[in-house]
Design a protein around this ligand. Structure first.
Ligand code: IFM
Length: 429
């Protein structure tokens, strides 16, 4: 396919998908989310992560689907509660099972990126207080060391922690995840300890594997004043940005801990990243405590604004403060009917292509429909649909579109006409 046929090129970008262990594997009962999901009213549809997509058993089929779509990269996580079900007790079979899967992924020509903590952890760790515990950093580092020693010959690219801000807020402010309390002290400790855990893991991993590439998956979003003429809304947007993402980026990327986070005597300021990991979904309209979405904008099934240019805005901002290669470690949309996902993919990739920023990788969230935390099974993010009753996978049109982009090195006019042209976004109120 010649360049002339392309609306824009993605040839500088490696493209693939992302998942997280607890959201797809099923079958593990030793973790904080399984425990929490047993409590009535916690998960909207009453499901638990015990079923999920049964990827623990169906990983061969999933790897084949990924390979058949020509995926170049894959972000996955390893589940701490499987590997260390009891403190200090390492399950060698679980590690062997991950080795087998990652070996097959590599054999299929797909480069793995492995996340060490993606919201879930062992019940015993939650019993200590999770990341609010004074022992959290040491416990996490010991687990991280085991994984990197075991899988380091197969994996070069690592994410230490996924979305520390979302993890801390769900658990200790919004009560949408275990232990579901409202405790600002715990919130602050979780953020500080996760940032310390990342910084120390960064050095630990490089000590074990000098050529490793290590980063954090940051959930970042533009915050804009709901009413541009209201100074309170401006102040709110400024504070949201600072508290939600900037001080955390300073701690994790620069090893600099703002007084609001508290001190980290075990971390020396300096560069603690090899790439800027960005999880990007939406924009927030700030107006004080009850932030919202702008009226009349395109939205997904969860009511999140679809705002493709925001990906470049947040990336430019982060890159200005912390220069480096940019990896979109997650970007995707809840679209059960797959009626606008291809347009979503097209517009986000077009924004990347036109940005002039050093984007290197794009991981679409998600490879397959996943257990969406407190939303349960009802919300669908996959480019591959999953029937939870039969566990049958069906590649969606958006999956075929992403495959075609990879094969053609960009979005061709033909692919646009086939997959994107007829799609429109729902509009919010
Ligand atoms: O499913 C989640 C993922 O676990 C973390 N980032 C956002 C996704 C969609 O909500």
């Amino acid at each position: 396919m010649g360049d002339a046929d392309l609306m824009f090129s993605t040839s500088d970008l490696l493209i693939g998908t992302a998942t997280a262990a607890l959201q797809i594997e099923g079958g593990d009962r030793n973790n904080n989310w399984y425990d929490w999901a047993q409590l009535p009213g916690t998960i909207k549809d009453g499901s638990t992560p015990e079923r999920a997509t049964d990827h623990w058993n169906r990983w061969r089929e999933d790897t084949e689907i990924m390979a058949s779509l020509g995926m170049q990269i894959y972000r996955m996580s390893v589940e701490w509660s499987r590997i260390e079900p009891r403190p200090g007790e390492i399950d060698r079979e679980a590690l062997a099972r991950y080795r087998e899967e990652i070996t097959a992924i590599r054999a299929a020509g797909i480069e793995p990126l492995v996340t060490l903590h993606h919201f879930s952890h062992p019940s015993w760790f939650q019993g200590l207080g999770g990341f609010s515990s004074p022992w959290a950093v040491d416990r996490f580092l010991s687990f991280a060391g085991v994984v990197v020693k075991e899988l380091g010959d197969l994996v070069t690219d690592w994410i230490t922690v996924n979305e520390p801000n979302v993890h801390a807020l769900m658990s200790h402010l919004f009560r949408e995840g275990p232990p579901a309390n409202r405790n600002v002290g715990a919130l602050r400790q979780v953020l500080r300890h996760m940032a310390r855990a990342h910084c120390r893991a960064y050095h630990l991993i490089h000590g074990l594997q000098p050529d490793a590439r290590v980063g954090v998956a940051h959930h970042v979003r533009p915050f804009a004043p709901l009413n541009r003429r209201n100074p309170l809304h401006h102040a709110s947007a400024y504070l949201d940005r600072l508290l939600f993402q900037e001080i955390l980026a300073d701690a994790t990327l620069g090893g600099r801990f703002h007084p609001l986070l508290g001190p980290a005597p075990d971390v020396t300021p300096g560069r603690h990243y090899d790439f800027l990991g960005i999880n990007y979904y939406s924009r927030t309209a700030s107006k004080g405590f009850a932030d919202t979405t702008f009226p009349g904008v395109p939205v997904n099934d969860l009511g999140w604004e679809i705002y493709p240019q925001g990906l470049v805005e947040v990336a430019a901002d982060l890159h200005r403060r912390y220069p480096g290669p940019i990896w979109v470690t997650e970007n995707g949309t809840a679209d059960g009917a797959d009626r606008f996902r291809s347009r979503f993919i097209h517009e986000h990739l077009a924004a990347i292509a036109g940005s002039g920023l050093p984007f290197e990788r794009y991981y679409h969230w998600s490879f397959v429909d996943n257990w969406e935390w407190a939303e349960g099974e009802a919300i669908r993010f996959g480019i591959v649909a999953n029937d939870y009753e039969t566990q049958e996978r069906t590649v969606r049109d958006s999956g075929r579109f992403l495959a075609r982009i990879i094969a053609e090195g960009g979005v061709s006019r033909g692919a646009y006409e086939e997959f994107v042209e007829g799609q429109t976004y729902p509009v919010g109120r």
